[in-house]
Design a protein. Structure first.
Length: 344
């Protein structure tokens, strides 16, 4: 801890700290399933963003949890980012946030004022989401970790799942990519201050507004783009039954991200994403830096929406009018031999 009240920067902060998708899949495949509860509409076996449990025909609980080490050295900012990231899973399911519980790992030897700032940042985002912070749990640990367990509500008939897209659907991404690369560059002193500020602004922006706007349109599938990267989450959206074509020129990218890739400031998580998802992807004339952006692990990334094609332009325009860098980045097609084709 520095004397200025900053968190010592973690080398695997944010969603770069996630276990790789390949390792996680192998672990989950071995877990006993037990009897299927018909009210459990979405569980971990679907690789979706959160669990959904039906209470009545019109009400279902959305449950999710997310926490990680810091990727910025300001504790208040870190608290906001971690909370926004955890809350995002509820929005990715089409739900509304209701309650949240703090999850804290904190060294006993560290200044407790730092913890107070982290929790203050988290509380700010929960309040912005319209939820109630209802408690939490803390343990002494060797490093700082923070996040939330979040409960929301959704109408089961209107919830989003991540693999229910249809051929012809347009794919809309609501936030720019590249926060992993920029945070890595910042850690070694190579990120321009304005580029890091742009990444922080993106990571602290809730997906609440994007989700509320999307509910006016016919959205067949949705996910939020986090540690497994844009291409990794896109692979999950295809669900082994669909394919897609992506126009890399239309993908929004944060300033400084491609430069960081050109300077070889990669994350280990990005390389894990490439190893896991790369076999499902064909690149056509895509610069290598852009490939890295597409594999880059995102912390508190945007929503990726599969939208009825005739409504996509109107949704894109409304998202942009709300100040979001949303773009139509591709379309879903019937399943072909190559699952994801990225063109430039």
């Amino acid at each position: 801890m520095s004397k200025e009240g900053k968190i010592v920067f973690c080398t695997g902060g944010g969603c770069t700290a996630k276990l790789g998708a390949g390792v996680l899949s192998r672990i989950l495949e071995k877990l006993p399933r037990g009897a299927r509860d018909p009210s459990l509409l979405v569980g971990y076996d679907s690789r979706d963003d959160a669990a959904v449990y039906r209470i009545t025909d019109d009400i279902a609980l959305v449950q999710t949890v997310d926490f990680f080490p810091p990727m910025v050295d300001d504790p208040y900012t870190f608290g906001q980012i971690a909370a926004a990231n955890a809350l995002s899973d509820v929005y990715a399911m089409g739900g509304e946030v209701k309650t949240a519980l703090n999850l804290v790992c904190f060294p006993e030897s560290m200044d407790l004022n730092i913890l107070g700032e982290i929790l203050r940042g988290g509380a700010k985002k929960v309040a912005e989401a319209g939820g109630s912070l209802a408690g939490g749990h803390s343990i002494a640990d060797t490093g700082v970790k923070y996040g939330l367990s979040v409960t929301g509500l959704v109408d089961p008939k209107k919830m989003y799942t991540n693999d229910s897209g249809k051929p012809g659907d347009k794919l809309i991404l609501t936030k720019a990519l590249g926060v992993g690369l920029i945070c890595t560059a910042n850690r070694v002193g190579e990120a321009a201050p304005e580029d890091m500020a742009g990444a922080i602004a993106s990571m602290t922006t809730l997906n609440k507004n994007a989700a509320e706007i999307s509910r006016k349109y016919t959205v067949h599938a949705a996910t939020d783009v986090t540690g497994f990267s844009f291409l990794g989450h896109l692979h999950e959206m295809m669900g082994g039954k669909l394919s897609c074509i992506i126009d890399a020129r239309m993908v929004p990218v944060l300033p400084g991200a491609e430069k960081a890739a050109d300077d070889f400031l990669y994350t280990a998580a990005g390389q894990r994403n490439r190893n896991h998802t790369g076999p499902y992807v064909t690149f056509e004339n895509v610069p290598f830096a852009m490939e890295e952006v597409l594999f880059d692990p995102q912390t508190s990334g945007g929503l990726l929406l599969a939208v009825l094609p005739e409504e996509a332009s109107a949704l894109e325009a409304e998202l942009q009018a709300a100040g979001l860098p949303a773009k139509i980045v591709g379309e879903i097609i019937p399943k072909t031999e190559q699952e994801i084709t990225v063109k430039y």
